[in-house]
Design a protein around this ligand. Structure first.
Ligand code: 5RP
Length: 236
């Protein structure tokens, strides 16, 4: 997955579709809610629209799921709170890299999978936004991001290789090892087919050194998808 540098760019149909789905998702946000703010380019458009509503008087507070999202929230003047003040959120809105027909998700293309999962898991309702190609018949075309502890990462990666038959690739950015917001490494694991996301997630989580996987099972309530800027709201 190629990460965008300028999130304000609207150059491809995918950009327009992400924006359309993101803006629609803001309809789910009601006055007084605490909102989980996901990560990624689609979430950026949701936050832009949300900031307009805040300017018009909507009162909400957000918990960001990455440092980048936190920076955007500050730039866009979206009020923030934290888990110290709120153990439960009303709603989380997040993107995804793949969404299967049961609303299982593959996430972590941007490397925020742990915080995103904590935020989504703490929310009463989770809305996932994206463009149509995110809908897949089965997860796995995109390599699965797995966050691992840096100490002994070679051992952890070797266990993933030998026990799960996938070659984990250490994620790099601009030539350097990519470091997550939690100070960990990410390995991207190509499975090609993930027929049972829960079983694979459980297997990976049982390995020492694995912090979290990008597989999200039973988390999404609603999926908002756009194709040629025509938006569909799908309910689980
Ligand atoms: C980041 C994520 C993102 O939600 C996912 O990669 C989708 O990103 P985008 O909206 O840019 O397509 O999981 O870790």
């Amino acid at each position: 997955m190629v990460e965008k540098n300028n999130y304000n760019d609207l150059t491809t149909q995918s950009d327009y579709d992400k924006k359309a789905a993101a803006e629609k998702s803001v309809d789910f946000i009601k006055n007084g809610m605490t909102i989980g703010l996901g990560s990624g380019s689609t979430v950026y458009w949701m936050m832009k629209k949300l900031s307009q509503k805040v300017e018009q008087g909507l009162q909400i507070k957000g918990i960001p799921s990455s440092k980048r999202t936190e920076n955007w929230a500050k730039e866009l003047q979206i009020p923030l709170t934290d888990f110290h003040e709120n153990l439960t959120l009303d709603l989380a809105i997040d993107g995804a890299d793949e969404i299967d027909p049961d609303f299982n998700l593959l996430k972590g293309g941007g490397g925020s999978l742990v915080r995103e999962k904590i935020v989504n898991n703490a929310s009463k309702e989770v809305v996932i936004i994206g463009d149509k190609p995110k809908l897949v018949s089965q997860l796995g075309k995109i390599p699965l991001p797995v966050e691992i502890v840096p100490f002994g990462w070679e051992v952890t990666a070797n266990h993933i290789l030998s026990q799960l038959d996938c070659k984990p690739v250490l994620r790099r950015k601009d030539g350097d090892i990519f470091i997550s917001d939690n100070g960990n490494y990410i390995v991207d694991c190509s499975f090609e087919h993930i027929p049972n996301p829960k079983a694979l997630h459980d297997q990976l989580k049982s390995l020492v050194g694995v912090v979290e996987t990008g597989l999200y099972v039973n988390l999404a309530d609603t999926v908002v998808i756009s194709e040629k800027e025509h938006v569909n709201v799908l309910v689980a």
